[in-house]
Ligand binder design. Structure first.
Ligand SMILES: [Ca+2]
Ligand SMILES: [Ca+2]
Length: 269
């Protein structure tokens, strides 16, 4: 009976908040099929050679960039560029940048567990001394209303507020640079709290959760499938109970009040 009383109290509170809606939920669902999420390209400046992305006016003509298409699989790729002309005795700035063509920017805001590892670097076909440093990747780089992930190999320009010198600035390049890297955990953030997955976390979701918890409290089983249970398990303890109702209610109240809410599942101290 105690649980039911709690549920009743929460329900009463939820009715008072009925006008409150939250539209910040990420509506994309986890993909099972292989889809292309964007591209990864080498960008930077080495001597007179420069490449800054497709159709950029700063691109030099004696350079051919070979970006790779990135999918949502865990996979290894190689991006490269080839140069013609005299070559260069130095590299000023070099990164691997992950771009998308749509609003699902390749960042940790879209893919919370995204992991990029640069495995090896070849110059003119020969592997060079390379060790990826801990701060080499900026998983949330935003500029001009666009978000990307940048894996820096050489960044002495303080981009992203960090310096990276994982390859030597004195690296001479006559023909090509190839970077082999691995991408893992490309799955979208689950729309936690949005139980009916309509893109909004509101009291309808709260009601569904409260009813399910009440049903279980009354000795009946849960009516939620595995995904719904996961979306509702806001403290991540694999059980749906009044704590999850509390967190969902708090979330709705906070977003209604314009307070930034912590992402789910919450960390229970
Ligand atoms: Ca909803
Ligand atoms: Ca729970």
């Amino acid at each position: 009976m105690k649980t039911l009383k709690k549920v009743a109290a929460v329900l009463a509170a939820s009715m008072a908040l009925n006008a409150v809606a939250f539209t910040g939920a990420f509506s994309a669902s986890a993909e099972e099929d292989v889809t292309v999420i964007g591209t990864a390209s080498l960008k930077g400046q080495m001597g007179t050679y420069g490449y800054w992305g497709e159709d950029n006016t700063g691109n030099s003509e004696d350079l051919t960039n070979k970006p790779v298409q990135i999918t949502n699989e865990d996979k290894q790729y190689t991006a490269s560029w080839e140069i013609t002309g005299d070559g260069t005795g130095s590299i000023e700035f070099l990164m691997l940048e992950f771009d998308t063509n749509d609003d699902h920017f390749i960042t940790k805001d879209t893919y919370p567990d995204l992991a990029i590892t640069i495995d090896s670097v070849k110059v003119d076909g020969n592997e060079v001394d390379y060790k990826m440093s801990d701060n080499a990747v900026d998983y949330k780089y935003y500029a001009n209303d666009t978000g990307t992930t940048r894996a820096y190999l050489l960044n002495t320009w303080n981009a992203s507020g960090r310096k990276v010198t994982d390859i030597s600035a004195e690296t001479a390049v006559a023909q090509s640079v190839e970077v082999t890297f691995s991408v893992a955990n490309v799955y979208a953030a689950l729309p936690y709290g949005d139980l009916n997955e309509d893109g909004i976390v509101d009291t309808i979701d709260l009601l569904e959760l409260a009813l399910d918890v009440a049903q279980k409290g009354a000795g009946m089983g849960s009516s939620f499938d595995e995904r719904k249970t996961k979306l509702a398990d806001l403290d991540g303890n694999d059980t749906l109970d009044s704590m999850d109702i509390y967190y969902l209610l708090l979330h709705i109240a906070q977003s209604g009040a314009g307070i930034t809410v912590d992402p789910f599942p919450v960390t229970v101290k």
